[in-house]
Design a protein around this ligand. Structure first.
Ligand SMILES: Nc1nc2c(ncn2[C@@H]2O[C@H](COP(=O)(O)OP(=O)(O)OP(=O)(O)O)[C@@H](O)[C@H]2O)c(=O)[nH]1
Ligand SMILES: [Mg+2]
Length: 396
């Protein structure tokens, strides 16, 4: 890693051509945020734990032949100070830190991430997940796999373990985050030059209580709705970077209850792509989708429409009534659309479902001249997903 270790805590004028990156370090108190930041900025280990309110550091680095000035905000999470919303709202890049010795600090990252999503709205930020204190192997409470899985679930973020004590992966963590920011900025700049962000009108359809709202809210806001409040109709917007292309997703969360069925024709007409959701714990909800699909075909007057079949509540394995194979078979009958199982509760495959649908729509409108479409099957599990996509799609 090329870090030219030119450190300055008092801003000096950076050489011309320097690119600035503003990064924020977020995580529970005691997870090692300050130790990591100081190890990176000053190359030394902080032996005394002194919970700070907030601190600001600068470090100049050479990253891939580019002179980069990393401006880092080290935040405070002490209960008595609370977590100022400003901390969540600043920084193009966010280092999400937990300690591998504390299950609580690991679990708390979801709440921090949820706060981030709700404060940022459609503002663009990059993130990576870091499991710190990796030198304390004998006190480990969070496995590498759990860390990796959390990073995938939160937004296909990169993941690494670090040790502020030994210096392991510390430079890598900050420079990787700067690279992620750079990658995102590149796309954003190309979009602002062309002034074009494609909008996608997605409709989330399916029976009552299958988890349409829970999936949508988990996707857009990053938290789980653990109560049931039947929907009439709600719409959401979310900006995403999908395969290096910016997209504005208009998501319509529809009513599953039969009493609102009269509204269906209208949203089918306006929708470009459909997330057809059933619950793996309800055969009725699975069978009901067949009627839905016929109605979409009729209203759209098309045999095949961009869609993705989603078997939700995959965390309730013991209550399963519909097998993975039945899901796959039904997807074949729905014009060979993609199939995926999700859990809104655990945030499993949630991003993949929505992004998979956008990819379906793109495929539909960018058919190579004279060529057949390359319909790669969407993996049913997050692990398969990582193998297939390498975590390449990111949410802004
Ligand atoms: N265990 C588990 N429960 C879920 C999951 N998704 C949703 N639920 C629960 O299922 C219930 C119904 O979820 P909703 O998202 O409101 O269902 P809906 O499809 O929007 O229902 P309607 O708006 O009536 O069409 C709620 O109590 C959710 O907490 C999931 O993935 N796992
Ligand atoms: Mg709902």
């Amino acid at each position: 890693m090329l870090c030219s270790a030119t450190v300055s805590n008092t801003p000096a004028a950076p050489p011309t051509g320097t690119v600035k990156y503003s990064l924020t370090v977020i995580g529970e108190c005691g997870s090692g945020k300050s130790a990591l930041t100081i190890r990176f900025a000053h190359g030394e280990f902080l032996t005394l734990y002194d919970p700070i309110i907030e601190d600001y550091f600068q470090k100049q680095c050479l990253i891939d032949k580019e002179i980069a000035l990393l401006e880092i905000l080290d935040t405070a999470m002490q209960e008595e100070w609370g977590m100022p919303r400003r901390h969540y709202s600043t920084g193009e890049g966010v280092l999400l830190v937990y300690s591998i010795t504390s299950r609580d600090s690991f679990n708390a990252l979801r709440a921090h991430h949820h706060e981030l999503l709700s404060v940022r709205g459609n503002d663009i930020f990059s993130a990576i997940v870091v499991g710190n204190k990796s030198d304390l192997e004998e006190q480990r409470r969070v496995s590498v796999n759990d860390g990796r899985e959390l990073a995938t679930q939160l937004g296909n973020y990169k993941f690494m373990e670090t040790s502020a004590l030994s210096g392991r992966n510390v430079d890598e963590a900050f420079t990787t985050l700067a690279r992620e920011v750079r990658r995102r900025n590149k796309v954003r700049n190309s979009v602002s030059e062309s002034q074009l962000v494609r909008e996608y009108r997605l409709v989330v359809a399916g029976g009552g209580g299958v988890g349409k709202s829970a999936l949508t809210v988990q996707f857009v806001r990053g938290h789980f709705l653990d109560f049931y409040d039947p929907t009439i109709e709600d719409s959401y917007q979310k900006q995403c970077l999908i395969d290096e292309e910016l997209a504005m997703l208009d998501v319509l969360d529809t009513a599953g209850q039969e009493e609102f069925a009269a509204m269906r024709e209208q949203y089918i007409r306006s929708g470009e792509g459909f997330l057809l959701v059933y619950s793996i714990t309800s055969r009725d909800s699975f069978d009901e989708l067949k009627r839905y699909y016929r109605q979409i075909q009729r209203v759209k007057d098309q045999d095949v429409c961009p869609a993705i079949l989603v078997g939700n509540k995959s965390d309730l394995e013991f209550e399963r009534q519909v097998s993975v194979n039945e899901g796959r078979e039904l997807a074949k009958r729905f014009g060979g659309c993609r199939f995926i199982e999700t859990s809104a509760r655990l945030r499993l495959n949630v991003d993949e479902a929505f992004m998979g649908l956008v990819r379906e729509i793109r495929r539909r409108y960018s058919k190579p001249a004279g060529g057949s479409l390359d319909a790669k099957p969407l993996p049913a599990s997050p692990r398969e997903y990582m193998n297939c996509c390498g975590g390449g799609c990111v949410i802004l």
